[in-house]
Design a protein around this ligand. Structure first.
Ligand SMILES: *[C@@H]1O[C@H](CO)[C@@H](O)[C@H](O)[C@H]1NC(C)=O
Ligand SMILES: *[C@@H]1O[C@H](CO)[C@@H](O)[C@H](O)[C@H]1NC(C)=O
Ligand SMILES: *[C@@H]1O[C@H](CO)[C@@H](O)[C@H](O)[C@H]1NC(C)=O
Ligand SMILES: *[C@@H]1O[C@H](CO)[C@@H](O)[C@H](O)[C@H]1NC(C)=O
Ligand SMILES: *[C@@H]1O[C@H](CO)[C@@H](O)[C@H](O)[C@H]1NC(C)=O
Ligand SMILES: *[C@@H]1O[C@H](CO)[C@@H](O)[C@H](O)[C@H]1NC(C)=O
Ligand SMILES: *[C@@H]1O[C@H](CO)[C@@H](O)[C@H](O)[C@H]1NC(C)=O
Length: 622
């Protein structure tokens, strides 16, 4: 069967060439890459360089007011023993952990089936901290203490590892704020460390050379130093020892420009946005416009240590730290790999590897990935044929004979659309057309679904277009357990407003009318740029949190009447497609001074998941 293939350019694309398929449109229409000067201040490229910028510039003040920490799932992934509820990582219940894993013991002498279960118990009741892998035995406890300090909140670190009789000092070489925060937290200082330096003279009769020192490697979010991995280099040589000053209320604050962490601690401002979690709650790394030094800048405005790039674990919610890495990456590569090479003995269990393993056992969601990625962009533009699989999430809503709106498939039996498209009272009249390209000459793949339920956002306001979002549940075949929508792939539902940024290029698609109100029969699409804060165009009619503007500088591509309810999709660094917006409203069509306004789907993640079930749309943090 011949595919209907006049997938044309776009909706309200009113350039005359558009109406003659096969003719190349004028290039300026399609090669718009930048927005007018007023929009340019936030391009990613300008920001990745720190040169010539004052420190102040690195911090996003508006973001700081949100007080994000390591528990803010809008900015970071939750731990495998946590799940994300309303933007916060909360403790999972132990039975929600994967069953596989190593048995571990906690400081209160309880044995747990897995590390995840122990961490989940600890998350609920902090006294059950991790002690060691394996089952609990009476012998040899772990201990950490501070020696030779003037007060009990400072000193040289001495540890006694499980199963060892001798105490050991920690070597200074691999010691940093990351480790120091964990040590202080373990010692009962909730705000972690003030400094990793400190001069603590040892009594003359103590021979440092006689003491071997051990290295410790942490991720920074451990609650006990035993969770970190201890290693020892086999070659004995003189090593400087690690010391720490823990943060207390009467600590001498650092001087100069200060940054206040969400946990109340003050750090020198020059340590914010350097990839190192100096605060201990990560709050110094989550609202950055760029990163200092060699640390890696996640598009979501987060700085991570440079070693996390291409280490086989996705650390940026935007996935950019693992995009474009060579396939030959070593998933189990360790931060301390360099030292392992020089004859290192691992003294304790590697709980970081265990954490990654647990993470890999968590359920995974398949969305936003097309079956085969055709080489479409740009080539299709100009009216060349596009494959049906280009828009596998695009749905059409018909009311009787009329195609009234678009919709977006998000998985299961669920379709997302605009609230203004549907009315609960008309439920029996609607049809969902799946796999449609041209509704004048329907293709053979087309399948028609009836509607079972319509859920309109309870705060939808038909005059302001606030909360213009609705869910349609299609009818399931009585003999089937699940809905089967042929040729359809769900678009991923974004869970964080930081997944995409102003100036990101996204795609809007639909069967909307042309500017001159001419009917359109075939599915059209166009590329638009996300525009930050549209209040300058729409003043008080625009609500930044709930709405997203997108357009091109000349207005040549825009959504128009009939596109409503359809998708604005954006694709992340790993080519996963998200439904970022739902076509909602705009002043006229195709006027640059009035860009299209979309319902910002990320703002409604919880609303959607409350109706369709968290597991259907949660890619992470389940
Ligand atoms: C869990 O452990 C069992 C038994 O050791 C094994 O058969 C199974 O494949 C493991 N599951 C995963 C997901 O690794
Ligand atoms: C630790 O001490 C116990 C009893 O004092 C002894 O049996 C054991 O061999 C010692 N272990 C090491 C590693 O020295
Ligand atoms: C070192 O000297 C101090 C007193 O000067 C003494 O209390 C301590 O026990 C000595 N330590 C060692 C290891 O000899
Ligand atoms: C615990 O860790 C030690 C040291 O890494 C390792 O030798 C041992 O096999 C581990 N035990 C379990 C049960 O994984
Ligand atoms: C819609 O919003 C307008 C302006 O804020 C308000 O006056 C009106 O009461 C709202 N309508 C509904 C149904 O909430
Ligand atoms: C958006 O812009 C308006 C006016 O230009 C300004 O008052 C408002 O604070 C801005 N909002 C944000 C979130 O930047
Ligand atoms: C994403 O897709 C583009 C074009 O199809 C391709 O060039 C790029 O390599 C892909 N990126 C990844 C990370 O797969």
């Amino acid at each position: 069967m011949k595919l209907v293939n006049i997938v044309l350019l776009f909706l309200c694309f009113y350039s005359s060439v558009c109406k003659a398929p096969g003719i190349e449109p004028r290039s300026p229409v399609w090669q718009v890459k930048t927005l007018p000067p007023s929009h340019r201040h936030t391009t990613r490229f300008q920001l990745t360089s720190t040169s010539g910028k004052s420190q102040e510039d690195l911090l996003d003040r508006n973001c700081l007011t949100k007080k994000y920490t390591h528990l803010s799932c809008n900015k970071v992934f939750c731990q495998p023993w946590q799940k994300c509820i309303d933007g916060t990582c909360v403790c999972k219940l132990p039975y929600q952990c994967p069953k596989n894993g190593t048995t571990v013991c906690s400081t209160n002498g309880r044995t747990y089936q897995t590390y995840c279960q122990q961490k989940s118990f600890e998350c609920l009741r902090p006294q059950a901290k991790f002690l060691n892998n394996g089952t609990c035995t009476a012998e040899g406890q772990f201990s950490v203490s501070l020696k030779y300090g003037k007060t009990d909140s400072e000193g040289i670190l001495e540890v006694k590892l499980m199963g060892q009789n001798e105490t050991a000092f920690i070597c200074k070489k691999s010691w940093s704020m990351t480790q120091a925060n964990v040590a202080c937290l373990d010692l009962g200082f909730p705000q972690g460390a003030l400094d990793t330096q400190g001069s603590f003279p040892m009594p003359e009769n103590i021979s440092v050379n006689g003491h071997e020192c051990v290295h410790v490697h942490c991720r920074g979010l451990e609650t006990s130093l035993t969770e970190c991995t201890f290693t020892k280099t086999k070659i004995k040589k003189y090593q400087e020892l690690a010391s720490v000053v823990c943060y207390t209320q009467n600590a001498d604050y650092p001087t100069g420009n200060l940054f206040q962490c969400v946990n109340g601690k003050y750090i020198p401002q020059k340590r914010a946005c350097n990839g190192i979690n100096d605060c201990g709650d990560q709050s110094d790394e989550l609202c950055c416009k760029a990163c200092r030094g060699e640390s890696f800048f996640c598009k979501s405005g987060v700085c991570i240590p440079k070693q996390y790039k291409c280490n086989g674990e996705v650390d940026c919610i935007t996935g950019d730290d693992e995009a474009g890495c060579k396939e030959t990456g070593h998933p189990e590569i360790r931060v301390f790999a360099a030292e392992v090479q020089e004859e290192t003995e691992i003294l304790t269990a590697d709980m970081d590897a265990e954490r990654k393993w647990i993470k890999s056992l968590l359920p995974k969601l398949s969305c936003g990935v097309k079956e085969n990625i055709p080489t479409r962009r740009k080539r299709v533009v100009g009216g060349k044929p596009a494959h049906m699989k280009d828009f596998p999430w695009q749905m059409a809503i018909k009311d009787g004979e009329k195609l009234i709106c678009g919709g977006i498939y998000i998985g299961g039996c669920w379709i997302l659309t605009a609230a203004h498209c549907v009315r609960v009272s008309k439920i029996h009249r609607y049809q969902i057309w799946v796999g449609l390209l041209n509704w004048f000459r329907p293709n053979s793949e087309l399948k028609i679904q009836l509607v079972n339920r319509i859920i309109i956002h309870e705060n939808y306001n038909g005059s302001t277009y606030q909360n213009d979002i609705a869910l349609i549940e299609v009818k399931k075949h009585p003999s089937k357990k699940e809905c089967v929508l042929p040729y359809s792939v769900p678009a991923c539902v974004p869970w964080s407003p930081y997944l995409f940024q102003p100036n990101d290029r996204c795609i809007v698609s639909g069967w909307g009318r042309e500017k001159d109100n001419e009917k359109v029969y075939s599915l059209r699409w166009g590329e638009v740029n996300l525009i930050g804060n549209c209040s300058k165009f729409y003043a008080d009619r625009y609500y930044e949190k709930e709405m997203q503007c997108a357009g091109t500088s000349d207005g040549s591509i825009d959504a128009c009447k009939g596109d409503s309810g359809g998708p604005l999709v954006c694709t992340d660094a790993n080519n996963v497609t998200y439904v970022w917006g739902i076509v909602s409203w705009g002043e006229n069509c195709g006027k640059p001074e009035f860009p299209g306004v979309y319902t910002k789907v990320a703002n409604y993640f919880d609303w959607i998941s409350n109706h369709v079930g968290r597991s259907l749309i949660s890619q992470h943090n389940v």
